[in-house]
Design a protein around this ligand. Structure first.
Ligand SMILES: CC(C)(COP(=O)(O)OP(=O)(O)OC[C@H]1O[C@@H](n2cnc3c(N)ncnc32)[C@H](O)[C@@H]1OP(=O)(O)O)[C@@H](O)C(=O)NCCC(=O)NCCS
Length: 390
């Protein structure tokens, strides 16, 4: 090769190497600024959090914030954290929602949310702490839904990479939360616990919201093909094989023995903010689909928008696809979420599934960044939250 060509090739190789090094450095986790700490949010943080999110504090908003913090703490699956200096005023805030998965043997996914305000450095520091909370809770993965470009650097600093996209469907606010009764997405234990919760709330004159009883429902009119299918909560008696065979069509679904499966189903049935649902063919009890609804509290949202639904792990068995069952399943979960007073239903999906959700009224809303932890601890959130726990 002539010397001129050699030097051009060498220069190109050096430039490529430099680009790679810069990209790697940018991707490397940035150490959070020192002197900052995080703590669970307190009712007194309301005004500071409103200022960070540039919203006007109101008296009613303050009491709702208080109720939502108490509820999130009691349920034990969502942590509301603030970043501060020496335990003082909030400088940034965010939440971690822990969602146990049957995929990955029951380990949790953490859904992270960052409040709107705070400087870039503080948001970086907070995101690092939210990830640390997720990792300590035994999560195998943390997810952040955020607008791309703006969040690219932030997510990269926490070791997160854009993996999927977030789709959103607004839910009608006019749906009555009927029948009024305990928030019993789960089974009898959830019903009993929530009856007690309702009584406590009534005694304390707190507003009682999100009260829905979930009964199995037919997915279509009686006599129609979809009328032969019903949506109900997963039961221990379904056994792991049928359910995991569905999940295995979505991702790697490791074996779970019958006893572990039964324990996880019981825990899911007791969870006040999560419903693991299956589509069953009524005639022979075959499971043909599944989906999970997880409920996320939004501490600062205005009245009526304080709860968001997350749609997870949607699968229709390969043999039953293309018959409208997926649409019926998602619509039924959306209706259930609306009755739980969710203002919207969001989900993360790969781009090839986006057209399916678009047909069902969802719109692209954000990029989805994820980080995986080398973490196989047993999740702790299946135990109901203890009062006062952050
Ligand atoms: C995605 C999935 C749930 C769809 O279920 P399904 O029962 O086949 O869907 P439906 O028959 O109800 O289809 C509803 C509409 O969406 C369309 N549709 C279904 N899958 C589609 C896709 N991947 N891309 C574009 N359109 C799609 C159908 O053609 C139908 O359109 P129409 O109303 O105009 O006739 C199913 O294919 C599945 O389980 N896939 C594997 C697991 C998975 O990827 N889950 C999604 C995780 S985010």
């Amino acid at each position: 090769m002539p010397p001129a060509k050699t030097s051009v090739v060498a220069a190109a190789a050096a430039a490529a190497a430099a680009i790679l090094i810069v990209a790697r450095l940018r991707r490397r986790r940035r150490a959070p600024p020192s002197g900052l700490s995080s703590r669970p949010a307190k009712p007194d943080d309301y005004a500071a959090l409103c200022a960070l999110d540039a919203i006007s504090p109101t008296h009613g908003g303050h009491s709702l914030f208080d109720v939502r913090l108490t509820r999130a703490s009691r349920e034990g699956v969502q942590k509301v954290l603030v970043l501060c200096e020496g335990g003082g005023e909030a400088l940034a805030w965010g939440t971690v929602l822990l969602e146990p998965k049957f995929l990955r043997g029951g380990s949790c996914v953490a859904h992270l949310h960052l409040g709107a305000g705070g400087s870039a450095a503080r948001r970086h520091a907070l995101l690092a702490r939210l990830c640390a909370v997720a990792q300590r809770a035994g999560c195998y993965k943390a997810i952040l839904d955020a607008p791309p470009f703006k969040a690219d650097e932030l997510a990269a600093a926490a070791g997160m990479r854009a993996t999927q996209q977030t789709m959103r469907r607004a839910l009608p606010s006019t749906v009555p939360p009927a029948p009024v009764g305990p928030f019993a997405l789960g089974g009898p234990a959830a019903a009993a616990a929530n009856t007690a919760h309702v009584a406590r709330a009534a005694a304390a004159s707190e507003p009682v919201q999100h009260l829905v009883e979930f009964a199995p429902q037919l997915l279509g009119p009686p006599g129609s093909a979809l009328g032969g299918m019903r949506l109900r909560a997963l039961r221990a008696s379904d056994g792991p094989a049928a359910f995991l065979a569905l999940l295995a069509q979505l991702s790697v679904a490791p074996h779970i023995n019958a006893a572990d499966f039964a324990a996880r189903v019981e825990a899911a049935r007791d969870a006040p903010t999560r419903a693991v649902l299956v589509v069953e063919r009524v005639a022979d009890g075959t499971l043909l689909g599944c989906a999970t609804l997880a409920i996320e509290r939004r501490p600062l949202a205005p009245k009526g928008a304080g709860v968001g639904g997350r749609l997870e792990d949607v699968v229709i068995d390969a043999a039953a696809r293309g018959t409208g069952l997926g649409r019926a399943l998602v619509d039924a979960v959306a209706a259930l979420a609306a009755r739980c007073l969710c203002a919207e239903l969001t989900l993360n999906c790969k781009p090839h599934n986006a057209p399916f959700y678009e047909k069902l009224g969802f719109e692209w809303s954000a990029a989805c960044f994820a980080v995986y932890f080398d973490n196989n601890e047993t999740p702790t959130v299946e135990r109901r939250g203890t009062p006062g726990a952050a």
